[in-house]
Design a protein around this ligand. Sequence first.
Ligand code: NDP
Length: 346
Amino acid sequence: MVAISPPAKVLVTGANGYLATWVLKKYLEAGYSVRGTVRSLSKSAFLNDKFAHYGDRFEIIVVEDITKDGAFDEAVKGVDTIAHTASPFHYKSTHPDDLIIPAVRGTTSILNSALKHGSTLKRVILTSSVAAVREHTTVPRVFNESNWNDAAVERLKTKGSGAGPSTIYLASKTLAEKAAWEFVAAHRPEILWDLVVINPPLVFGPSLSPAPTVDDINTSQREIYDTLTGARTSAQLQAQGNWVHVSVASVAHVRATHAVGAGGQRIIVQSGPFFFQDLLDSAAELGIPNVPRGEPGSTKGISFIINLETKKAEELLGLTTATPLKDAVAESVEDFKARGYPGFTA
Ligand code: NDP
């Protein structure tokens, strides 16, 4: 594959989403042209406000139902790269189809459109997740790109809706990513483009999207909000997560576009592991008022259970700088204040 350099055109699906809006911003700043898709034009007004000054390097189109065959046939025409981010991320599903269908069919639908109409296409970047990599574990483990969260898929098969919303999400990302790799393997002789998959853990950092009420913020920002407003039990505060700054996750998409060696790779991007208590400790260090203390310092020195290898992100994408968690907490708090969310006053 030849390097895809600006002003090459990138199709970003789900352009109004939390991560996608940052992806759009980073592509435009890097000099690329961007065509974003949204489900309805009403969701794109803020994107026009933010990015219209890029002139004809920026456009938004509507793809109402990403699961329909041919949904992206027009959208993929004339683009050099696709960054497919659109997929539901929430823990409110009551039936597996709520997430599995848009995640998997959305992915196969855009790949089918790429197969039929992507004559200018050179690379597809899929926003997967660490959800598709790491399994549940009670002993410390190191996960890398060779690992798959087959356990979530098995749990879903066994328990159906009873598996719960978290497993449904984990399985949706695993199944969607597998579907993408299987599609590429099945059509290898016919396609001139390659696939790169970005696997982020929880994405933290300020939102560029309109989210007038707390209920409108995306799931990962909501994790921070809920923790800082006291909605966590002691056990939940001792739980571990992994996170990446939204700026790093979005730059990863841009670098995956022009890094020739990234083709055919899954790439984990991470800023670091953390305990939920660390969010409270960060807020305390920052002097943020009215945030519960939890058990300050109680996670210091405790080993992380889920450890992620980030060698590929360093070697292929040059992503080397770790962002302190405290910085992301400070940025989120500023964001919550600016939006006037309960518990945070400007
Ligand atoms: P958001 O909820 O902010 O955005 C999701 C985007 O996907 C929106 O544009 C949304 O459109 C679209 N979407 C959701 N459901 C459907 C559907 N059924 N049909 C069509 N479009 C749909 O999520 P994030 O920005 O947080 O996540 C974006 C991507 O990144 C997802 O693929 C997610 O799995 C992945 N990811 C996110 C992480 C995070 O911590 N945020 C971590 C790892 C991966 P609409 O607004 O119209 O609903």
